[in-house]
Design a protein around this ligand. Structure first.
Ligand SMILES: [Zn+2]
Ligand SMILES: [Zn+2]
Length: 886
């Protein structure tokens, strides 16, 4: 079946084309894999974006990398599942809606729990839809029929099942522990939710009077003087001789007058401050542990809104910082404030609202983490899970080996409510998957559920198995679990990846994924982090509207490597759009030239340039396949780009144009043009799905037989090593070097670009080969007449009236009478001699190194030897030319 010459629009309009193809793929159900037990599936679970607003660039970046990965595997014929979802985002989600309420002058307490949760759901449902639409714009080929939300009934039951199982195994407990408290958010925070920032602060030296003597004191240093009110001891290091005689004595606490002991504890650093420190068990994690060891009481002095409570005596009801000021004034008045020193130290801030957090003792739910961490460490050590890039393995292991129990209760309303009910009659707990109607111990109906919710990472930690149906043994769970790759930003390695490994192993006995692929952050062109306050945020949706999705995908993928941050600039986006246009124009040229002729490649009728481009194409396929397998998608894309831009467009198409103009019907370049284009489009499809589908469909229209309905289900190219052709590559390299050098020489001598100039090529042994490219060289370098000779004697010219280009094995002589500046020629040759000499020295040095000769593959060593011979030959000819100039 053949068509007449075809029309294709002059320029690429991404908007319409992109939505058209996404619709087409959706309708055909290509994103939904078929369970086929004879094949191993490829599964990626999408990191659920937080439903806290519109899609941001980091999420788009994640989606682009994952889409590339899954499209590639799908084209390789694997049943491929990419499961999308979103996260209720716990504290972050609640904050967004609380801020909206604040604009109406309301707090969540004004609404009450039930009404507030209603507002939360309205918000969530709206933005889940928005984020879904935005993923579609990105071309994300995820299976929307399996979309999940962390609060859906399935994942919710997984959360409760996990809680109950861990509780029954004694791995979840409720206890008084020091937690990080955000007074603004009014909730406990995990260690990871606290940002520690270096702050200019003060160290206050305060005297405590000894109970026995009127003028005897011990001086302690503190950064938080208001916590004096909660002290239950003063501690020194047992080895500190200065204080030996004071051990066991008592001091009177300033301001409140409580009597507390002086004790010895190993935890005290004798070099800090005076070597004597105050112990506040209720408000400091280190002091809390000291108190446990030493059996000290604990005195809470703060209310949960960070005002002082009744234990603060005269400072009751004051804000913590007002209290600090008032107390310091009183200490000064009483002569107890010795001195104040400037002091820089790390202060914990709430990651969500930036308020300074307060460590305080509180009754919370914890996961006993060591028994869960152990198998999670082993899974990475023994290689069941591989982390890419490898350097993060050490970071992971180091963190896991020092992990503390995980505080999982949050004093929020939005999230998975803790499945624990307290009996008001017998005081016992009932922990259950289904809401109980009565106390499990005494059957009383007088029970009330714990008001708190679970840390949002508790539910996202179950994500790879909860989304596939666990705790039920569903078909999906049996076939798709464990998943293949977990792709996410390195910034949530601990928050999320570590927890998924622990929970996955605990719940299913199997690792949740085989590979963890960590990508970096996107920064602006100067390398700064993108943030609203800097005003350098790039909105992915606006960028798509301006440049098209494929250009954005290209800009975010090319040159990017695992674990490294990348820069995005408007120039990069423009460059990406240029590539899209270049590809469009190249394909347009090919497609408009198609007519009824046979497009089968006749291997016995191939010209050298045909064999060259086919060889290059198949080398490219080999490289791209290897790079994709190593998760080097950015480098793979860069190679495809180089091939298409330079080898295919700039050389092959340009030569093909000449052949089509002078067509004799015998050896049309069209079969090769089409073959290389069609193959490259498939190679490029995972990276740039839309333009490749559009162009591929245009080619398919011309020759539909044997082709599937869409490029996205067409096979990924496999290299034909039989097409490798070193001879053709070498010959074409020589042609390109000639053309490039003549073009440079023309620019140097200011030759009008349109003008043809006379040229001689002294080709030696390559004469016959180069003669077959005379037409191409004439046209591409604009040289006419072109004379190709074997030896220099055949060229009769005054040497100082010609420009002589010394190239690999050949020389080009351009008789530019009247345009050659002898001095400039001399300095040009000297420069070339210098550069060539430097290269000769470099290669000689390399070849003299034993380590290189013994370690490098023989082919690499041979290549260097050949290069050396060639450079030496060129060097001697350059010197000859210089001598001729006189
Ligand atoms: Zn906060
Ligand atoms: Zn009871």
């Amino acid at each position: 079946m053949a068509h007449d010459k075809k029309d294709i629009p002059k320029s690429y309009e991404p908007g319409q084309i992109e939505s058209k193809w996404y619709q087409f793929w959706m309708e055909r159900g290509y994103f939904t894999p078929k369970i086929d037990n004879s094949k191993k599936p490829f599964v990626v679970i999408m990191p659920p974006p937080n439903v806290t607003g519109e899609l941001h660039l980091g999420t788009a970046f994640t989606a682009i990398i994952e889409d590339t990965m899954v499209r590639w595997h799908r084209m390789k014929g694997e049943p491929t599942l990419w499961l999308p979802g979103s996260d209720h985002a716990g504290i972050a989600g609640q904050n967004v809606v609380e801020q909206l309420l604040a604009k109406e002058g309301l707090t969540r307490h004004d609404l009450g729990r039930e009404k507030f949760l209603q507002r939360m759901w309205e918000w969530m449902n709206k933005y889940r839809g928005v984020i879904g639409e935005q993923h579609k714009k990105l071309g994300a080929s995820c299976d929307w029929t399996r979309e999940r939300f962390t609060m859906d009934p399935g994942p919710a039951r997984a959360v409760r099942t996990t809680f109950v199982n861990l509780y029954n195994k004694g791995l979840i407990y409720r206890g008084e522990r020091i937690i990080n408290w955000c007074p603004r958010c009014a909730t406990a925070l995990s260690d990871l939710e606290v940002d520690h920032k270096e702050m200019q602060s003060h160290l206050y030296y305060v005297r405590y009077r000894l109970e026995e003597g009127k003028d005897q004191y011990i001086t302690v240093a503190t950064t938080r003087p208001e916590t004096i009110l909660g002290d239950t001891a003063v501690a020194v290091n047992p080895g500190d001789k200065r204080y030996t005689k004071l051990l066991g004595k008592k001091v009177i606490l300033p301001a409140v007058g409580r009597v507390i002991p002086i004790i010895a504890d190993e935890a005290v650093d004798p070099s800090f401050g005076t070597g004597a420190v105050k112990i506040t068990p209720a408000h400091d994690p280190v002091d809390f542990e000291v108190a446990q060891r030493q059996n000290l009481p604990s005195v809470k002095i703060l209310n949960l809104d960070a005002t002082m409570n009744e234990n603060a005596g005269p400072y009751k009801s004051q804000d913590r910082f007002a209290c600090r000021k008032a107390l310091l004034a009183d200490l000064e008045k009483d002569g107890l404030l010795v001195k104040i020193e400037p002091h820089v130290h790390a202060v914990g801030h709430c990651q969500r609202c930036r308020t300074i957090v307060e460590p305080l003792v509180s009754k919370q739910w914890f996961v006993k983490i060591a028994p869960l961490a152990k198998p999670a460490i082993e899974a990475v050590v023994d290689g069941r899970i591989k982390i890419v890039p490898e350097r993060f393995t050490k970071v992971y292991l180091n963190w896991m080996e020092n992990i503390r129990d995980w505080c999982i209760s949050r004093q929020l309303w939005w999230g998975h409510r803790i499945p624990v009910w307290y009996c008001k009659d017998c005081g016992e707990l009932t922990v259950a998957i289904e809401d109980p109607s009565a106390c499990g111990t005494c059957r009383s109906k007088n029970i009330v559920q714990d008001p708190d919710v679970l840390d949002t990472w508790f539910s996202s930690g179950l994500w790879p198995h909860s989304t596939l149906g666990w705790p039920d043994k569903t078909e999906d769970f049996k076939y798709f679990y464990p998943t293949a790759v977990m792709e996410t930003g390195y910034d949530i390695l601990f928050f999320w990846v570590a927890r998924m490994i622990m929970m996955g192993l605990e719940n299913t006995g199997t690792v949740p994924f085989r590979t963890v692929y960590l990508h970096g952050l996107i920064r602006d062109e100067k390398g700064d982090k993108m943030s609203k306050s800097r005003g350098n945020v790039v909105d992915p949706v606006k960028t798509i509207d301006k440049y098209g999705t494929d250009a954005l995908r290209f800009a975010l993928s090319t040159g990017n490597s695992p674990g490294n941050d990348m820069k995005l600039s408007p120039q990069k986006l423009e460059g990406s759009r240029n590539f899209v246009n270049k590809l469009w124009n190249a394909a347009r040229f090919v497609i408009t030239n198609l007519d009824s002729e046979e497009l089968k490649i006749k291997s016995n009728a191939l010209r050298t340039e045909d064999r060259w481009i086919l060889s290059r194409l198949n080398h490219l396929i080999t490289e791209v396949t290897e790079l994709n397998e190593e998760f080097q998608f950015g480098e793979a894309l860069r190679r495809i780009y180089d091939f298409l831009w330079t080898e295919y467009c700039d050389w092959y198409i340009e030569i093909a144009k000449i052949r089509l103009r002078t067509k004799d019907g015998k050896d049309s370049p069209l079969p090769v043009l089409v073959h290389v284009l069609e193959t490259s489009l498939r190679l490029l499809h995972p990276f740039m799905p839309f333009i490749t589908e559009e162009l591929w469909q245009s080619l398919r229209e011309h020759q539909p037989q044997g082709k599937p309905d869409s490029i996205m289900i067409a096979p990924y190219p496999v290299a034909d090593t039989g097409a490798f052709d070193a001879e053709a590559e070498q010959e074409m390299e020589s042609v390109f070097e000639i053309v490039r050098s003549v073009r440079n020489a023309r620019v140097e001598s200011n030759v009008d670009p349109g003008r043809f100039i006379k040229a001689f090529i002294v080709a030696g042994e390559s004469r016959r080969a180069l003669e077959t490219h005379a037409e191409a060289i004439t046209n591409l370098a604009r040289v006419r007449p072109l004379t190709i000779v074997s030896s220099e004697q055949e060229v009769k010219l005054k040497r100082d009236q010609a420009k002589i280009l010394v190239l690999k094995g050949v020389e080009v002589i351009l008789p530019l009478e009247g345009m050659v500046d002898v001095d400039a020629e001399r300095s040009r040759l000297l420069k070339e001699i210098e550069a060539t000499q430097a290269e000769v020295s470099r290669i000689e040095r390399l070849l003299s190194e034993d380590s290189f000769i013994s370690k490098a593959p023989p082919a690499v060593v041979d290549k260097e030897r050949l290069k050396l011979a060639e450079r030496k030959d060129r060097l001697s000819r350059l010197n000859e030319r210089l001598a001729q100039l006189g």
